[in-house]
Design a binder for this molecule. Sequence first.
Ligand code: FMN
Length: 220
Amino acid sequence: MKTEAGTAMESAATVASPRRVLVVYATKYGSTPKVAETIAEELRATGCEAEVRTAGDAGTTAGFDAVVVGGPMIFGWHKDALKYVKARRDALAAVPVAYFITAASLTDDGSDAVDGVPISKDSWLVKKPRREGKLTFRENYARPMNYLGDVLCATKPLRPRQAAFFAGALDLTKMNILEKLFVMLVIGASPGDGRHWDAVREWARGLPGALFGEERAATR
Ligand SMILES: Cc1cc2nc3c(=O)[nH]c(=O)nc-3n(C[C@H](O)[C@H](O)[C@H](O)COP(=O)(O)O)c2cc1C
């Protein structure tokens, strides 16, 4: 006959401890932290434990079951996000990893993967090219392949399970003249806060599935 203590021990052994996810972000002008926090919030709602840290101060990945790294496009992926991934390539190769990229412009060239990495594109960010098959300089510059391809190349052989592109926020009052010229002329970006919380939350809810192969129902 089973004792009460025996049954309790058995069920404790079968209840899996929550997955621990580290969300690391870089930022230049302060809009990406809230994207990282929103991802962590949504991960918690799926039953994971999530901790948010800045790329410059992220410390070790020990004790985490997965890592999400994000940052804005600032003449390429933010240097701190890239530096973080490069410096911890070996540790990151041992756990499932996902990336997110905040940006002001992304060309919808129909791709759903970059070098085999599945990508998710915020509908508020992507723009169809004006002429199919003949991209302008700007449209070509803002292709997923250009943004993420460079990151994958710089951080070889690490492969994230997934990468998401989200609309960011562009505050011209914070930028110097060269930055303004770049974002207006090269990116063709419109100033303002384009962050699209539904897109961020939806992607984050799917992360346990992408990272751990688990479907977890949101608890709220
Ligand atoms: C100097 C500079 C360069 C940027 N370069 C790009 C770029 O190449 N492609 C893009 O889509 N957005 C670009 N952006 C837009 C930023 O990625 C976007 O505004 C982002 O949300 C900023 O995040 P943050 O507020 O966390 O720094 C650039 C912004 C700045 C200020």
